[in-house]
Design a protein around this ligand. Sequence first.
Ligand SMILES: Nc1ncnc2c1ncn2[C@@H]1O[C@H](COP(=O)(O)OS(=O)(=O)O)[C@@H](OP(=O)(O)O)[C@H]1O
Length: 373
Amino acid sequence: MGCVLLFNRLLPFSHRFTRTSIGLLSLLLSYLCYCALFPADTIMQKAGDLTPSCQWVPADGAKRRLQKSFSCVLPLDARPSSVEASRLKTDQRASSTHNVARNDTPSPPMGYVKFGNKKLPNAIIVGVKKGGTRAVLEFIRIHPDVRAAGTETHFFDRNYDRGLEWYRGLMPRTLESQITMEKTPSYFVTKETPHRISAMSRDTKLIVVVRDPVTRAISDYTQTLSKTPDLPSFQELAFRNQTLGIVDTSWNAIRIGLYALHLENWLHYFPLAQIHFVSGERLITDPAGELARVQDFLGLKRIVTDKHFYFNRTKGFPCLKKPESSGSPRCLGKSKGRTHVQIDRDAIEQLRDFYRPYNVKFYEMVGHDFKWE
Ligand SMILES: Nc1ncnc2c1ncn2[C@@H]1O[C@H](COP(=O)(O)OS(=O)(=O)O)[C@@H](OP(=O)(O)O)[C@H]1O
């Protein structure tokens, strides 16, 4: 400060005047460059932008408008839970201090900054339909190091032609330390999927939630019936000839349960160690135990524990406890944990006999007895 005063005294007035002019001129030039480089709409999200990639911003002050546009578009499962909300706040703090953004697009210097990058998934829940895949995804995404696409992408079975960049666009933004996940249960039974996932990355970790194939088939049928009330009976679809006990393996609800056959296809592309099997039954009786194994498999610290769950008697299933920060207890939606259609005992016994050799083979392949009897 002293130096500046001394310098000012020593300099003649005209010099100071020139120096001030140069200073003002350079300030003006910097401002003009800034406006040219970052026009308003690269900083402020357009009000009409309804793409799912719109950034979620915590509701404080002027940012509330953006949150509104987000919640209008995304399905409930895709919205960040209040746990995720507080996590995102932490993420944002972390990335602003470390200046993490190694983005595909240049980061805006201020305003509504998007943090992290959209990455291709490191781990995918590939099946099985009606196994409990939604429960696993919703439970694991409580973990601060996991972020997940809310909806099923069906990239590797129905949307493969759209390309990997389309797929990446569906993913949430993550920091370097966070794992990206998605779940699409039909992958497990789609022939092309293992090859396609391994072409994306041979390091992708795979999770399969398996459940007694007979119960799974009934659950599958119950779901289809809820959408198509004039469906033929379960027995009519499950058997070519029920008297002779000939099962119709072309019916998807039956075919999906032939786990050993589908797994064989996956093992051509992935080592068994890269596939983790969750027991759909234990997921209901001991969610914390199953989640501990999932976290170990993903190389995560065991943060999701029994403290996060309570058994909801009305629903008859484990639900998520009220997070510490805010929000309310969360159970999965009505389509999860439905009352099943009643199927006669004989048909069930016939299906048990049918699946037994496939189940035994599956237990041998994965080295675990799931005890579906
Ligand atoms: N905590 C909790 N809450 C509710 N439901 C739970 C839970 N854990 C596992 N399940 C079982 O998940 C079954 C649905 O499986 P998916 O999520 O894989 O179904 S889907 O393929 O995505 O349609 C669903 O099947 P149904 O009972 O036949 O409806 C449930 O049994």
